[in-house]
Write a protein that binds this ligand. Structure first.
Ligand SMILES: NC(=O)c1ccc[n+]([C@@H]2O[C@H](COP(=O)([O-])OP(=O)(O)OC[C@H]3O[C@@H](n4cnc5c(N)ncnc54)[C@H](OP(=O)(O)O)[C@@H]3O)[C@@H](O)[C@H]2O)c1
Length: 267
């Protein structure tokens, strides 16, 4: 007997950063696979717009939570909505990245990035992980990035947060996997989103950019099959070559030079 995606991860999916980019696509594809969705992000109006489209297109239920996930008290806002619902899939997607030398950020910006990209994702995985472990079913996806693979100059703090997501996801793949919960650390390749456009490299034709649809399909298909997954065949080949043929310092220098040429000039 084949178990459907909705049987495994329904009836509700909670998607953070669902107002645009990959998060919106995650919400649509979850709804298409039969899940009701809870959309979380700061922009309430965009969430309501997406909620309307998802309800109409896929005939599922949708809830929205307008919330800044870098705040310390996120569960106080989320649990009044989710306590009466069974969340079978958590997609920790919300994240911010800015390409800039580490010392040129304000400390406040770096702390907000740390709180959103890592702290919020961990809190939600802890909260919903308990509930999923109790029912011995469910799934959690952490959005990581290729920058998590080794040091990535000029997105240093971002890369650090994404390494956290990757390693937390892979570790929980084992721990929670023994309790019936699938966990995935997912690394999108460069994907055309508003976030990508904000950092767009000068020579964008040098970078292979994926569409949100193919990236998100790879993530949902990889859940339950792998501890972590890097989207895009050419990305997997490039990282395989770096891993196998270069020393750590060679990889970091190569990435640093590439970042400088794509996004610089930097000191
Ligand atoms: N696109 C890529 O090439 C790429 C590559 C590797 C990894 N990723 C990862 O994939 C994820 C999604 O990326 P994306 O490109 O889709 O990003 P995006 O287009 O910038 O969208 C980010 C989402 O996060 C939400 N968000 C931002 N700050 C928030 C906050 N403080 N509280 C709550 N929500 C917040 C935004 O909504 P509001 O502004 O309404 O809050 C938006 O819905 C991120 O974790 C990113 O690191 C992306």
């Amino acid at each position: 007997m084949t178990i459907s995606f909705a049987d495994k991860y329904g009836p509700w999916a909670l998607v953070t950063g669902a107002s645009k980019g990959l998060g919106t696509e995650f919400a649509h594809q979850c709804a298409k696979r039969g899940l009701n969705t809870i959309l979380v992000a700061r922009s309430g109006e965009l969430l309501d717009e997406q909620a309307g489209q998802i309800k109409e297109k896929y005939k599922v239920e949708v809830q929205t939570i307008a919330l800044d996930l870098s705040r310390p008290d996120i569960l106080d806002v989320i649990t009044p909505v989710t306590d009466s619902l069974e969340v079978g899939l958590l997609i920790n997607n919300a994240g911010i990245s800015r390409v800039r030398p580490f010392l040129e950020h304000s400390l406040k910006q770096l702390l907000t990035q740390l709180n959103l990209n890592t702290r919020a994702a961990m809190i939600l995985a802890y909260h919903f992980g308990h509930k999923m472990a109790k029912t011995r079913r469910g799934g959690i996806i952490f959005l990581s990035s290729g920058s998590a693979k080794n040091g990535t100059p000029f997105v240093a703090n971002y890369a650090g947060t994404k390494a956290y997501n990757l390693i937390l996801g892979e570790s929980l793949w084992y721990e929670l996997g023994n309790k019936g919960v699938d966990v995935l650390g997912f690394m999108p390749g460069s994907t055309k989103t508003p976030g990508w456009d904000l950092n767009k490299p000068k020579a964008s034709s040098m970078v292979k950019v994926m569409g949100v649809q193919e990236t998100v399909t790879e993530a949902l298909d990889a859940l339950g099959k792998h501890p972590s997954w890097l989207a895009g065949r050419s990305n997997r080949i490039a990282f395989f070559i770096m891993d196998k043929l270069m020393t750590r310092s060679q990889s970091i220098r190569t990435v640093g030079k590439l970042m400088k040429s794509l996004f610089g000039p930097f000191q």
